[in-house]
Design a protein around this ligand. Structure first.
Ligand code: GDP
Length: 432
């Protein structure tokens, strides 16, 4: 995590500002200027971005040598930081001690955000503007005490910190885990054989990744995937009483362990209740979804016509899932699966900033307000994406929303932002 050092001379309000950043009362505020305190670091998060705040505190004020001491301390803190939040007191202006820190900052070449604190009312803004003369860029007028301007300041801090490394799933958690699911005889093991076929021996243990013995590493389009519970697919359990029960337990287990589920449906047969049950499990577990219509070689124009109508009727709720029509037997279009899995993963991991989300919600509510119900009209006040994998949104409202309206919100979210191949979870927090 990137480190933000908060520096400035004693009594400019650093600790109060750190409290603001942390959104809690953890850093102790020292009313006595110049109390010796160690550097303290805290975990902070703003707009989903985590960083560490190092509060350099106040330093011993042994009259002479004060400026030098501060510069020395600041130098240490700055050296270890990725960016620096330099706090000055707008009501006092810049003192020698401030200048000493500025010199250190210039030398360090670290990105600096300048906070002109104690701008408790608009009249003090002019004093904040005077801080341009420090040559550190725009002074952010804030009141750490009242919280004024702290949002803009934090946005600027995020800008100054190094960009978040693109967290590739493979680096963080190993290969993406994929479950091939579907009822018996739809062609799961045939598909697995085609996928693993030539590649299997090559990738086995070559990457040094520890893989559950029931799983297999498969390479598609140059990327490695961990297909989970393939042993359950390969080991062809003979139909016996209770078989279906165990099969569904296994399916459930595979779904839980995967990020993305490839749901195999027999294109030559009518979509069945069992297919729909498995699909429900996938979506309820919040996993990414790819629909595979297998045995395409067995379909003729007539069957395809009817299949399209069945899909429209029974699988309409999954319209957002990437689809691949293929033949596991001949191998035709099996090579399209990798791209579909990646697409589902991109939707599953997609994140929308709070700003974009609320601009969208504002337009949505204006164009399509919630219907009046029992004399009341619940309204969405604000929303935030709490999580990805799957995308989970919290909507703050003035009352409970109709399921139908929630479906509308979900559909509009997809139209606006995409979210291919993933369920979307919407949670409502009503402020009655
Ligand atoms: P699983 O139970 O889902 O693993 O299904 P299998 O892979 O064992 O396949 C069941 C049957 O369907 C086998 O006889 C396969 O040969 C056949 N099958 C699988 N995929 C295809 C396909 O794409 N086309 C045709 N014609 N048959 C297929």
């Amino acid at each position: 995590r990137p480190v933000l050092a908060v520096v400035g001379r004693p009594n400019v309000g650093k600790s109060t500002l750190v409290n603001r950043i942390l959104g809690r009362r953890e850093a102790v505020v020292q009313d006595t200027p110049g109390v010796t305190r160690d550097r303290v670091s805290y975990d902070a998060v703003w707009n989903g971005r985590e960083f560490v705040v190092v509060d350099t505190g106040g330093w011993a004020s042994d009259a002479d040598g004060m400026a030098a001491r501060i510069a020395e301390q600041a130098e240490l803190a700055i050296g270890a930081a990725d960016a620096v939040l330099f706090v000055v007191d707008a009501t006092v202006g810049t003192l020698d001690e401030d200048e000493a820190v500025v010199r250190v900052l210039r030398r360090s070449k670290k990105p600096v955000v300048l906070a002109a604190n104690k701008v408790d009312d608009p009249r003090a803004e002019a004093e904040a503007a005077a801080m341009w003369n420090l040559g550190l860029g725009e002074p952010y007028a804030v009141s750490a005490l009242h919280g004024r301007g702290s949002g803009d300041l934090l946005d600027a801090v995020l800008e100054a910190l190094p960009p978040a490394p693109p967290e590739s799933f493979e680096e963080v958690r190993g290969p993406l885990r994929v479950a091939i699911v579907g009822k018996p005889n739809v062609g799961k093991s045939s598909l697995l054989n085609k996928l693993a076929g030539a590649e299997r021996s090559v990738v086995d243990n070559a990457s040094g990744t520890t893989v559950d013995p029931v799983d297999e590493l498969v390479e598609l389009d140059g990327r490695t995937y961990q297909f989970v519970d393939t042993a359950g697919i390969r080991r062809r359990v003979k139909e016996a009483s209770g078989h279906e029960y165990y099969a569904s337990l296994r399916t459930q287990g595979a779904i839980e362990r995967a990020e993305i589920c490839v749901m195999v449906i027999d294109a030559a047969e009518t979509v069945s209740d069992q297919d729909l049950r498995i699909l429900t499990s996938v979506v309820e577990a919040g996993k990414g979804l790819v629909l595979v219509f297998n045995k395409w070689d067995l379909t003729d124009d007539e069957r395809r016509y009817y299949l399209a109508r069945e899909v429209e009727k029974d699988l309409q709720t999954y319209w957002w899932a990437p689809r691949v029509n293929l033949s596991a037997l001949s191998g035709r279009h099996v090579d399209r699966l990798g791209k579909a899995i990646e697409e589902a993963y991109s939707g599953w991991e997609q994140r929308i900033s709070t700003g974009k989300l609320n601009a969208f919600l504002g337009r949505l509510v204006a164009a399509h307000p919630h219907p009046v119900r029992g004399g009341k009209q619940p309204r969405i006040l604000f929303g935030t994406q709490a999580q990805a994998g799957p995308p989970t949104f919290i909507l703050f409202t003035t009352g409970d929303l109709d399921p139908q309206y929630l479906r509308y919100v979900e559909r509009r979210l997809r139209e606006e932002f995409g979210f291919p191949g993933t369920p979307i979870h919407l949670q409502v927090r009503a402020r009655e």
